[in-house]
Design a protein around this ligand. Structure first.
Ligand code: BJW
Ligand code: ZN
Length: 253
């Protein structure tokens, strides 16, 4: 299928669907300048891959390394702006009340584009808590721009003086129960699921598009690269989300 007919077919699916789920990954924020999770790291962190830093074991072994990496990312997100893909997602929601946005991203770019209550499956960069006792910690002040490659000692918990950690879900940790339940329910009940900018490699989140497909929904994928979600996608639009999604949304009306 050529590009234009794929956009037309995806737009026709969107136009006739009332219950829509938008499922996003790091690729939706790529054109806001936020590196995807599986991009190569820079600075101090170039010796690591992101997967090796996003674990409780890494934090336990070297809290300053991991906290510094997350503060560097938080500062990049704070300086970034939502891109046309985030805005197109919010437009889908505005035109189809009942749309559920489910994101694996720990940034706040969906919210800043106008999405009301995206379901965050992997937590948030803006909700730190104590590593030892779980007490929420005040969000650190506005993220200054830390020089790329700075280790940073995490703040200490006011209740138990344990180290404060980012409020994200690391490998081996359970996803927030309410968010996972809401995502699974929405996927099981939707007519159309748009999966945007995710490699579809990380479980249980990657189960969500499969669940929707098994329940009879059409799955439309936007990604410049092939992914393991290709087999369940009725239409795969190969290209950057910030270009393709606004076209799709305009064509669907
Ligand atoms: C563009 C673009 C553009 C580029 N436009 N697109 C079943 C099978 C195998 C393994 C497991 C399994 N079940 C569980 C596991 C283990 C593990 C796992 O999945 N491992 C796999 C890697 C093999 N899962 C877990 O450990 C999970 N926990 C768990 O299972 O707990 C069990 C438990 C139960 C009860 C009690 C206790 C335990 C937790 C997973 C947490 C994942 N966390 C991270 C880090 C979050 C914090 C942080 O950001 O630092 O979440 S990992 C990372 O991957 C991050 C992302 O949200 C997630 C998904 O990545 P995403 O978004 O898909 O990004 P990329 O970079 O992979 O892909 C970007 C895509 O964009 C690419 O396809 C590009 O082509 C595309 N793109 N430019 C559109 N312009
Ligand atoms: Zn504590």
């Amino acid at each position: 299928m050529d590009h234009d007919s794929a956009v037309r077919e995806a737009a026709a699916l969107l136009a006739r669907s009332r219950r829509v789920v938008v499922f996003t990954g790091a690729g939706v924020s790529a054109e806001s300048g936020i590196p995807t999770f599986r991009d190569a790291l820079t600075g101090l962190w170039q010796r690591f891959d992101a997967q090796s830093l996003a674990t409780p074991e890494a934090f336990r072994a070297d809290p300053a390394l991991v906290w510094g990496w997350y503060e560097w990312r938080r500062s990049a997100v704070s300086r970034a702006r939502p891109n046309p893909a985030h805005i197109a997602v919010a437009t889908i929601e505005a035109r189809r009340p009942g749309t559920v946005v489910i994101t694996q991203d720990v940034d706040d770019l969906h919210e800043r584009a106008g999405s009301a209550t995206p379901v965050h499956l992997h937590g948030s960069l803006f909700a730190p808590r104590c590593f030892d006792c779980g007490q929420p910690a005040p969000p650190p002040g506005p993220a200054d721009e830390p020089p790329d490659g700075r280790r940073l000692e995490p703040p200490r918990c006011t209740a138990c003086s344990g180290p404060v950690r980012p409020g994200v879900v690391w490998f081996g940790e359970a996803l927030p129960e309410a968010a996972l339940r809401a995502a699974a329910e929405a996927a099981a009940a939707c007519e159309l699921l748009l999966t945007i900018g995710t490699s579809g490699l990380v479980y249980p989140a990657a189960e969500i598009p499969h669940l929707a497909a098994r329940a009879g929904a059409a799955v439309v994928q936007l990604n410049p690269m092939p992914t393991p979600l290709d087999p369940v996608a009725a239409v795969s639009l190969r290209g950057p989300a910030a270009q393709l999604l606004p076209r799709l949304v305009d064509a669907a009306g």
